[in-house]
Design a protein around this ligand. Structure first.
Ligand SMILES: Nc1ncnc2c1ncn2[C@@H]1O[C@H](COP(=O)(O)OP(=O)(O)OP(=O)(O)O)[C@@H](O)[C@H]1O
Ligand SMILES: [Mg+2]
Length: 263
């Protein structure tokens, strides 16, 4: 083999090795990219699945309560009404001396039970969340806080529009947990809530003026905080909880308009 042939051989071998190495590098990169894409898709499917699951649970709970409410109304209430009519008739007939008093007593018990049953049936059938606006539901929470006398709660609303039951109940549950935490842990004097709904989305801010806490160390411990974060994540919104010892706690939620309308 001449000198020039050896050179050509070395160059060719070099090129082959280079092509081979480049091929391996490209393959590794493509493999990693595909794996990343696969993991991303898997996470998205998992998230969607969790969201569907939660929505389903909410729906089943709702249907069960409505079923019990209707059953109470259609079955027990009807029978009690009949029993009430019978006792009224007997009261009228006045068969034995002293019987009228006893029948009056029975009649009163039946009628009281009827009123209570009707109220219960109504509250189970008509879902409070379904039939009230988010600001009404939040106002009710504020009133409850104010009734405790522990601290003051204020609500400020700007621009309300109808919301689906999922969005309403997830936001309400999140705010209820914030309020509970403020009452339980913060020693605050005031809790303020602001609700703003415009063409960009729905913003909900809450703040207490309590003792605050270290968000970084405490986050993984409580179920409440994790549930709040998860609910907002499922809605496709952003969650920003801030707190500092001695400076209170604040929460900023934002759900973009396309997510508000798609749930
Ligand atoms: N507004 C707040 N002010 C002061 N500390 C708070 C506040 N909110 C939360 N914390 C702290 O964060 C911790 C975790 O809160 P989280 O709601 O997750 O759990 P929890 O309230 O202790 O129990 P639960 O699971 O019943 O909600 C609380 O134990 C408390 O120490
Ligand atoms: Mg809590």
């Amino acid at each position: 083999m001449g000198e020039s042939e050896i050179k050509i051989f070395i160059i060719l071998t070099g090129i082959i090795v280079l092509v081979f190495i480049t091929g391996i590098i490209i393959f590794i990169f493509q493999y990693r990219e595909r794996k990343l894409l696969y993991n991303k898709e898997k996470a998205m499917i998992e998230e969607q699945h969790q969201s569907d699951l939660l929505n389903k649970q909410l729906e089943i709970r709702q249907q069960t309560m409505q079923f019990i409410g209707r059953e109470l109304h259609d079955s027990v209430t009807q029978k009690l009404t009949l029993a009430s009519i019978y006792t009224q008739q007997m009261e009228f007939e006045n068969l034995y001396p002293g019987m009228q008093e006893k029948l009056k007593g029975i009649s009163t018990i039946i009628n009281d039970s009827l009123v209570e049953l009707r109220d219960l049936s109504k509250s189970l059938t008509e879902s409070k969340i379904e039939n009230s606006s988010l600001s009404d539901l939040l106002m009710l929470e504020c009133e409850r806080v104010n009734d405790t006398g522990i601290c003051r709660a204020l609500l400020q609303t700007t621009g309300e529009a109808p919301l689906t039951i999922t969005v309403k109940s997830f936001l309400l549950r999140t705010m209820q947990e914030f309020i509970q935490n403020s009452l339980k842990h913060s020693n605050c004097r005031e809790i303020s809530i602001r609700l703003r709904h415009d063409e960009k989305g729905l913003a909900l801010n809450a703040a207490d003026d309590g003792k605050g806490f270290d968000v970084t160390t405490v986050q993984s411990r409580g179920i409440g905080l994790n549930n709040m974060r998860r609910r907002i994540q499922i809605l496709g919104g952003s969650f920003n909880l801030q707190s500092e010892a001695g400076r209170g706690t604040s929460l900023e939620l934002f759900v973009p308009i396309d997510h508000v309308n798609s749930q």
